[in-house]
Write a protein that binds this ligand. Structure first.
Ligand SMILES: C[S@@+](CC[C@H](N)C(=O)[O-])C[C@H]1O[C@@H](n2cnc3c(N)ncnc32)[C@H](O)[C@@H]1O
Length: 288
């Protein structure tokens, strides 16, 4: 990991006092802080994105310059402002039933496992964002279990406390819920009105299946008890460099049971990171 070299409040102020001036050196400090805290690599071309995403927080705090804001981040002994910074920078795009082939395979495999007599199942959504992924896993798991007995739990983790609050609230607007087929919507959500807007709130059957925790994938060893049966780690690896990806996949290997599955995003691959995962389809790996 890159070290954060500057000491509390000692780096020179090189920005003028307006929110639209982000100097190269302040940008590089932000990149170091973000890498150190989350493993996210911000490319040199991300300056405009960083500027836009932090400006909102700066306006909220009424801090005019980026350099002043970074002073504020590193001087906040509680670590709360670094969390705000990571929240501002990380990309949380997600949706129900995103990349649906993973859920098709999940159902098929779990059905076979139940038929073979397994008594418990442990799944992990390793970058859960606002909850659409773990709740889709929960719906599909319950639909697969149907009326059979199985001790089931889904762990959902993310580095961002902001998205985890949304997971816990478990409320989704009409446009967010759209990919969930109507019969499943009726079965697993309660429709409410909020200021004339429809809100779908997850029912207890889903809520009780999922445990949410804040967790950093770039900081091994992971404080998770295995063995796990399936890990969904989708659309987060693209933000990590090879070093972070390799250590993360090493931890997945340690935690997954032999015969367990790892799903990554459709644009991602773990080829070359571990020889103990067999790619059975693009983005789907079997732990041998
Ligand atoms: C693009 S979303 C992907 C959400 C979901 N997995 C999906 O595919 O729809 C990426 C998520 O990864 C989280 N993330 C980024 N760095 C992380 C880290 N080091 N540890 C855990 N989560 C991280 C972000 O907060 C964000 O919610």
């Amino acid at each position: 990991m890159m070290a954060i070299k500057h000491k509390r409040g000692t780096h020179h102020r090189d920005d003028s006092c307006c929110v639209d001036n982000l100097s190269d050196s302040t940008f590089n400090m932000i990149r170091e802080i973000i890498y150190d805290r989350s493993g996210i690599t911000l490319g040199e071309n991300k300056q405009a994105l960083v500027r836009a995403r932090i400006a909102k927080r700066m306006r909220h705090l009424q801090i005019p310059g980026y350099s002043d804001y970074i002073d504020h981040v590193v001087n906040d002994a509680s670590g709360g402002e670094i969390q705000h910074l990571v929240d501002a920078i990380s990309t949380n795009v997600t949706s129900f039933y995103r990349e649906p082939s993973h859920f098709d395979l999940m159902r098929k495999v779990i059905d076979e496992w139940i038929k073979s007599g397994i008594k418990s199942i442990r799944l992990w959504s390793a970058a859960s964002s606002t909850g659409e992924e773990p709740y889709t896993m929960a719906i599909e798991l319950l639909e697969t279990i149907y009326n059979r007995r199985l001790d089931a739990k889904i762990l959902a983790t993310d580095i961002s406390s902001r998205v985890l609050e949304i997971c816990l609230r478990g409320e989704y607007t009409e446009d967010k819920i759209a990919p969930v087929p109507q019969p499943l919507r009726n079965k697993y959500f309660t429709k409410k009105k909020d200021n004339a807007k429809a809100i779908y709130s997850v029912n207890d059957s889903l809520r009780n299946l999922v445990i949410f925790r804040q967790f950093n994938l770039s900081s091994p060893p992971f404080p998770i008890r295995g063995p796990l049966d399936m890990i969904f780690c989708r659309n987060v690896m693209i933000y990590f460099d090879k070093k972070v990806r390799t250590s993360m996949v090493g931890e997945f290997l340690r935690l997954l049971k032999p015969g367990g599955y790892l799903m990554v995003g459709h644009a991602e691959s773990i080829t070359g990171l571990s020889s103990e995962f067999k790619c059975i389809k693009p983005s789907i790996y079997l732990r041998e």
